[in-house]
Design a protein around this ligand. Structure first.
Ligand code: HEM
Ligand code: HEM
Length: 221
C-alpha cells in the first residue's frame, strides 16, 4: 500500500463477499427456474433444486464462519446498517442529481458506506434472514406444515427474491459500471482505494481513520 492509498475492505471480508455472492448467484439462477413457469422443464429432474440447496447451505454457513472468526467486524457492520441519521436523508435527496447528472454539490460527507450501500446492506440482512427462515420451512416442513403456512413461505420467499434480485442489479451497476464509482471494483477485489477517492466518496470515514486505528488494533472491515 502506498502513502496515497487506504485499506477499504480487509481480505476476510472480500473473501466473504465473493463466496457469498457466488452462492447468491446460484440461488438466484436456480430460483428463477422455479419462479418462471416457462422454465419449469429445467427443474424436472430436480438438479436445479439440488443446486439451490447446495447454494443455500453455502449462503448460510459462510457468514456464520465469518461471525465466529471476526465477531467485532460483524458487530460494526450491523451497527452501520441500522444507524441512520439526517445525513442519510440529505444523501437520498441529493442522490438522483448525483447519480444521473454527476452533480456533487449537495452530497453530504459519507461514512464507510454511503446511504445507498447501507440500504443494500440492510436489504441483504433483512431479506437474507427471511430467505433462510422460509427456505428452511419449505425444505424441512413441506410434508408437515399446514398448506396455508407453506403458501406464506413461498410468498415471502418470492417477495425476497424480487426485492433482492432488483437491488442486486442496482448494486452491480453502481459498483461496477457507474462512471463516478471509479475505485469501487478495485476496493472489493484488491482492498484499497486512493486517498482522493476516500475523501471524495467517504469523507466522514476518512476523517475518522486515525481514531479507528487507535481504538481497534486491526482496521475497520
Ligand atoms: C456477483 C456480483 C457482484 C459484484 C460485481 C459486486 C460488486 C461489489 C463492489 C464493487 C463493491 C464495493 C463497493 C464500494 O465499496 O464502493 C461491493 C460491496 C458490497 N457488496 Fe457486492 N457485488 C456482487 C454481489 C453481491 C451480493 C450477491 C451481495 C449480497 C448478498 C453483495 C453485497 C455487498 C455488500 C453488503 C457490500 C458493501 C456495501 C456496498 O458497497 O454496497 N454483493 N460489491
Ligand atoms: C438462503 C437460504 C435459502 C434456502 C434454504 C432456500 C430454499 C428454497 C427451497 C427449499 C425452495 C423450494 C424449492 C422446491 O420446490 O424444491 C426454494 C424456492 C425458491 N427459492 Fe430459495 N432458498 C434460499 C435462498 C434463496 C435466494 C437467495 C433466492 C434468490 C435470490 C431464492 C429464490 C427462490 C425462488 C425464486 C424459489 C421458487 C419459489 C416459488 O416456487 O415460487 N432462494 N428455496
Amino acid at each position: 500500500m502506498t502513502h496515497h492509498e487506504v485499506e477499504k475492505y480487509k481480505k476476510p471480508i472480500r473473501v466473504l463477499h465473493w463466496i457469498h455472492s457466488g452462492a447468491f448467484v446460484l440461488l438466484f439462477l436456480t430460483g428463477l427456474v422455479l419462479f418462471i413457469p416457462g422454465l419449469g422443464f429445467l427443474a424436472e429432474d430436480s438438479w436445479t433444486r439440488l443446486i439451490h440447496r447446495i447454494g443455500a447451505a453455502i449462503f448460510i454457513i459462510i457468514p456464520i464462519i465469518y461471525l465466529i472468526i471476526n465477531p467485532k467486524s460483524v458487530g460494526r457492520g450491523l451497527k452501520e446498517a441500522f444507524t441512520w441519521g439526517a445525513e442519510d436523508m440529505g444523501w437520498l435527496i441529493a442522490a438522483p442529481r448525483y447519480y444521473f447528472l454527476g452533480d456533487e454539490k449537495d452530497m453530504p460527507p459519507q461514512g464507510a458506506m454511503n446511504t445507498g450501500q447501507k440500504l443494500w446492506w440492510l436489504i441483504v440482512i433483512v431479506f437474507g434472514v427471511l430467505f433462510v427462515i422460509t427456505g428452511a420451512g419449505m425444505w424441512f416442513a413441506k410434508a408437515s406444515a399446514p398448506a396455508a403456512a407453506l403458501q406464506w413461505m413461498v410468498f415471502v420467499h418470492d417477495v425476497a427474491f424480487i426485492v433482492t434480485g432488483a437491488m442486486f442489479f442496482v448494486h452491480i451497476y453502481t459498483g461496477v459500471f457507474h462512471p463516478l464509482m471509479t475505485e469501487a471494483w478495485s476496493s472489493i477485489t484488491g482492498g484499497k482505494i486512493s486517498v482522493e477517492y476516500a475523501k471524495k466518496h467517504h469523507g466522514k470515514w476518512y476523517a475518522e481513520i486515525p481514531k479507528a486505528r487507535n481504538k481497534f488494533s486491526d482496521r475497520r472491515y
